[in-house]
Design a protein around this ligand. Sequence first.
Ligand code: FBP
Length: 555
Amino acid sequence: MNDLCSNLQKERYAYMPKLPENIAADFQDILAEYGEPTEAIADQGELKKIFPHTYGKPVARFLRRKGKGSIKSGVLNVGVILSGGQAPGGHNVIAGLFDGLKKIHSESKLIGFLGGPSGILKNNFTGITEEFLAPYRNTGGFDIIASGRTKLETEEQFAECARVLESHSINALVVIGGDDSNTNAALLAEYLLREKHAIQVIGVPKTIDGDLKNREVEISFGFDTACKVYSELIGNIARDANSARKYWHFIKLMGRSASHIALECALQTQPNICLIGEEVESRCLTLRDITDQLCDVICKRSEAGANFGIALIPEGLVEFIPEMRALIAEINEILAENAKYFATLSGFDEQSEFINPRLSRDASWTFSSLPWSIQRQLLMDRDPHGNVQVSRIETERLLIDLAENRLQELAVKGKFNGAFTPQNHFFGYEGRCAAPSNFDADYCYALGITAVLLISSGLTGYMANVRNLHKGTSGMMAGGIPLTMMMNIEQRHGKKKPVIKKALVDLDDKPFKTFKAKREEWASATMYRHPGPIQYFGPASLTEASTITLQLEQE
Ligand code: FBP
């Protein structure tokens, strides 16, 4: 422990994560039980061909059976990587892995590859010891071994992975990542079996975005803590808005594509407006429609004397607006085809002169009608998957600009005589490395332990899984699900690819329906809710509460 430790951090080191009862036993008393063969969610035939060795494996769950356990007790060498964006709880997955491995055999080893998947390719690693791990237990961040966004997807990369992992005598690799990283974990598991390398691969569901969930995975880790941090901040701003009564706060919230974070924060804080990208798409709303919706609420509140408000905007919104999505797709294609030349262009003027004439008429019109700052952001570097980096597009500013223009028009027509003074915010990085809530601290530690149990059960191509998360440790069930079970085939960059299906907000499910039933009331009245900070100590109603989304989904 060093002088940089805050008092909270010191207290958190002492926290012992709670485990689901089925795995909180001596390992020799834990029995792996298997269900029926499984099927992928769609495209079963094609997936069977892509994954001949790993497709259709059964779901595994662990049972406590005194003296009748099936967990093998030999020495294990396990490698681990953190992949993609940070999410609170990652350190506890590693703590669970470490403790689980030592419980299996005191000579077992955990090796962390540094900086994400590229750490394996570069053979950049560190051995994880109790002393090394201790200051990271129950803390936020991925700084223990750092993360990265390199994709492991080609046969050459897989071969290199096998070579490096074998050079460390690794028995299993644990990939802590989102849908893309776990998709690639499934491909790697298949490759290693096909090429007869005795290295297992186990995935762990991570992402604050909450879009790695399905019938089997109730939620990815990190969503709980990140939403609680953002909801605290929004609740504080809402109180300020209602005190000063002069600002409209436009708050963009992270979430690369799905709007789960915005929806959860809306349920927590009851803002005047919350846009949901999935609804925008399903109703084919244009930028103009969205602006009209915003201005409608602003005008109505103004007529009632409330020239202030809170609007939540999901980060991924732009890609759900049909004209913006079409524009972004065209720009992506032009950039992909002309990457080298484009990199030689020196400034925005040159770049937009190059892009604009290559766009279709409609896309060019949309592009030209955007403020130049947004045009510039649309032309910025793509991520390693070729996607525009939505976190760098100031959608909240775009909507403020559009609303201001529209309100001026309305004012000229005598339909708006209030004031509109906007403030913009973006909450994303504020939550990704927060100290994990008890929910995430427990969940992640359990995922780490579960991953070890899956490894020592000889499984590969599985994701560690804990179910019944809202039921308390006695009702929870830890086990494993085959990665192929969550897959279908999708078109990615012009090619058909096997992928774990991303979960977008389901407009027919309870969380959205609950929000929809309330939003008109929240728009006109001022009914803000102030969740306050995450509580780590105190009454269970505060320390053990899961997200409203999870509660509604599980009802
Ligand atoms: P993951 O899907 O990798 O977990 O990342 C989530 C996220 O936080 C998104 O919400 C956001 O768009 C993105 O990462 C930003 O990441 P970066 O800072 O690397 O651009």
